[in-house]
Design a binder for this molecule. Sequence first.
Ligand SMILES: Nc1ncnc2c1ncn2[C@@H]1O[C@H](COP(=O)(O)OP(=O)(O)O)[C@@H](O)[C@H]1O
Ligand SMILES: [Mg+2]
Length: 319
Amino acid sequence: MDLIQRAAERLKQANELSLVEKAAAKRHEKPEPPGSDAPPRPAGSAPADGAEAAESAAAPAGAPETDIGRTHARQFALDLAKLQISGFVTPSGSRTRIAEEFRVIKRPLLLKAFATGEERVEGGNLLMVTSAKPGEGKTFTAINLAMSIASERDLHVLLIDADVQRPSVFQVLGLPPQRGLLDLLSDANLSPPDVLVRTNVRNLTLMAAGTPSLATTELLASQKMVTLMRDIASRYRDRIVIFDAPPVLASSEPSVLALHVGQIVLVVEAGKTGRRAIDQTLSHIGSCQHISVVFNKAEKSSGTDEFGGYDYGYYKANE
Ligand SMILES: Nc1ncnc2c1ncn2[C@@H]1O[C@H](COP(=O)(O)OP(=O)(O)O)[C@@H](O)[C@H]1O
Ligand SMILES: [Mg+2]
């Protein structure tokens, strides 16, 4: 029984299923993507400058960088050992359970992100991570996905903290707050490169949520945000851009963001997020045609690991 079947079984028992059954069935109709772990190359993109083997993706701060790095971006060193102990994927190459799970989760996302021809997904490299409610694991998922993808040769990731009401990416990564998304929206003199933060993970760049203001919600729903999303899409078309978004049922921003991203990763807390909440959530973000469902904190397999595991499924709108 594979991951998806097991996830379907578990949720069936929890009585909250049809979406997941569909997801499981859908997955089984599709052949496994080729190449166990090799992500597709971004169409038309040049490899990142000085890209080394995946194992050496953790580079000393100041190493040669891609064009993101050639900006006057600030630079911080992440404490990778500490992050690994806290259960995060790091580019050290260790085959931890969480690293293995994210290898499985990222593969179909990367295939879509850089698909060409008839399979091409408009804005497929722009990924929003969201969930129905707070605390279901969006930030945990967004950071791990970003780390896992950044560990790949030639793939550059920009992780944007778009949960402007409850930003936590920088805090979780042990970094001080920075200017970011909200500053871009409120200061016409700033452009994305001005607020990027480079890290000692060679292919990982960050953008903080930025300086809160009274008009935070309005800013995210404004025409400026639409313009900014278009700007980010065209500047970073050869990168994976991950938005750690607010919860859908607590804010209007994700439904706005859903209009501009090519893919959504919907985090569902196994055994907690109810069927009704999932349905409501999907109705808010259904403008995006490519929604992957990640079952977070799924049952531990044998009690050998302290972290709740992940399973994932696939949801296609209007099916
Ligand atoms: N799979 C997981 N394994 C272990 N801890 C997790 C997992 N998913 C989430 N957490 C923890 O649960 C808490 C809430 O997760 P978080 O990602 O901050 O939620 P959200 O961003 O959706 O509000 C955090 O302390 C996070 O570290
Ligand atoms: Mg969060």
